[in-house]
Every structure is written in structure tokens, then in C-alpha cells.
Write a protein that binds this ligand. Structure first.
Ligand SMILES: [Zn+2]
Length: 169
């Protein structure tokens, strides 16, 4: 059964006690969290982030480079001044190479040159060391001229096995 078939039922329950319609657009903690799409990662409960407090930018791996477009919008238009990058243990990004994934996509559609041309343009930005990837992303943000100079930048690892976060940067 498709997950979406339950959306309305669950939403009706949510709406019945909803009282946060007054929240302003800019996040009150002026904070951006960059994290992975992993289904076991959930910043609201794991970090105590409440509705309206932070921007949570998610992509495969929680990579700063991939999040840059949203970071610029968040900082320049909505006033955020802090970025926390979270990568996590057992991340799918540790399990493949860009060449392998390109081949999987091509093999699924043999002879389709449009697919081959497009996928060859994508760097999937995989990594092989969790702590090193967090440090790399923090450095990327610190060095990037499009990120505001006075931004507080931290880097973290979240352990899916224990639920514990550890600051790396
Ligand atoms: Zn992940």
C-alpha cells in the first residue's frame, strides 16, 4: 500500500490540535541544519528543534555543497547566521562510487543515450570517511565566499545505532 494513502488521515489528527499558524517566516533560532535524507535521521526529536526554529536542508549525505543554493536563500533572505552540518553512521553515501551508480542507471536502460549523457554529468559526491567528510564540509562553508563571514559553523556525526550526536568541528 502506498504511504500517501494515509497522509490525509494523519494530517486531520495534526490539524485538530494545531496552534502554530502565527509563526513568522524567518526561523527564530537563526539556525540552518544540513543533514542526510536518511529515514532514521529526524532533527526535530533528535536535536530538540521545534516548528519555526530552524531551516533543515536535507540531501543524500547532508552535503554542504549540495545545500549551498538553499543556504544562500536562508542567510540572505531569512536571516540565519548559524550552520550545523550533520552526517551520520551507516550512511548510504559510504557504500558506492559515482562510477558504480552511473553504471547502475545506465544498465537499467541500455542504449538510452539521453540517460547516459545526463547521468555522466552528475557527481554523486560520495565519501568514504565520515569524520573527514564532516570536516571537509565545514571547511567548504568557512571558505566559501557566498557564505556570510560571521556565520557560526559546526560539524557533527549522528549515530543511528545509539541516537547520540558527537561534535567533530
Ligand atoms: Zn545518509
Amino acid at each position: 500500500m502506498a504511504a500517501h494513502l494515509d497522509f490525509v488521515k494523519h494530517n486531520e489528527k495534526y490539524v485538530s490540535s494545531f496552534d502554530k499558524g502565527h509563526l513568522p517566516l524567518p526561523p527564530s533560532k537563526k539556525c540552518i541544519i544540513v543533514t542526510c535524507i536518511d529515514a532514521r535521521v529526524e532533527p526535530a526529536s533528535q536535536l530538540g528543534i521545534q516548528l519555526g526554529e530552524a531551516h533543515v536542508i536535507r540531501n543524500a549525505g547532508g552535503l554542504a555543497e549540495d545545500a549551498l543554493r538553499s543556504i544562500i536563500i536562508s542567510q540572505r533572505l531569512l536571516g540565519t547566521r548559524e550552520i550545523a552540518v550533520f552526517h551520520h553512521t551507516d550512511c548510504g553515501m559510504l557504500t558506492f562510487s559515482t562510477d558504480q551508480l552511473r553504471q547502475i542507471v545506465k544498465d537499467a536502460d541500455p542504449g538510452n543515450t539521453a540517460v547516459a549523457d545526463q547521468v555522466d554529468k552528475i557527481d554523486f559526491l560520495e565519501f568514504n570517511n565520515l569524520e573527514a567528510s564532516v570536516k571537509k564540509d565545514a571547511a567548504f562553508l568557512k571558505d566559501n565566499p557566498l557564505v556570510l563571514k560571521d556565520t557560526s559553523i559546526t560539524g557533527w556525526v549522528y549515530a543511528v545505532e545509539t541516537g547520540k550526536v558527537t561534535q567533530v568541528v
